[in-house]
Design a protein around this ligand. Sequence first.
Ligand code: ADE
Length: 257
Amino acid sequence: MRVDVVTIFPDYLAPLQLSLIGRAQRLGLLDLHVHDLRGWTEDRHRTVDDTPAGGGAGMVMLPEPWGRALDAVHRCEGPDGPVGPLPPAGDGAEPPLLLVPSPSGRPLDQSTAHALAAEPRLVVACGRYEGIDERVLVDAAQRYRVQPFSLGDYVLNGGEVAALALVEAVGRLLPGVVGNPDSLLEESHEQGLLEHPVYTRPPRWRDLDVPDVLLSGHHGQVARWRREQGLRRTARRRPDLLAALVARDPAALDAAD
Ligand code: ADE
């Protein structure tokens, strides 16, 4: 998968060189390119923002640099020309997805992460300040599938943290990135529930014991205990998830013995 991120703070994305996602890039499983939006400015001050039309506080990102950036990135170019392999010749393939982090986007969830992991190309446009001039997204819709997304119902200073979260959530689902793919199946949100609590050695620590069932060696009982704990935890912390699961599949909570 190729991912291009456009931002005025490319260094914000540096952690993506670490750990599993860094390794995925070195193995050629993820082709990540981070671009500085200011490379597409044409004035001496490399201006990327201006005051909001209609007045009000804050600044809005200018359409011109964003328009040039998204045109170039669509052709797999950075500010200085082509980067990475050229896009496949136009063979009727779907236009690339343009993901726009925004508190007014649809919240990112695990099923969206799976859908994104099946895409050959993602472009992430990180806004700052009060956001990007809306015309940029209207114009981009001519050559991208534009998808604003939110990290949650709170406001960040810009889209970079959301881009980090997105690339990590999607990148770890790419084949070969996580060593044991079975570990992905048991995680929170994969079955519409939160994951059960986990323990390791020692069996007793500060007077606190690992639950007996986990040391019993009885796989069936362990599986039942984990499912029940996952359900309890979901009911307590995220009753909304439980309600959504039952609405989708009324038999979802039936015991699976
Ligand atoms: N930019 C600012 N706040 C954001 C949020 N909650 N999610 C995604 N992008 C954002």
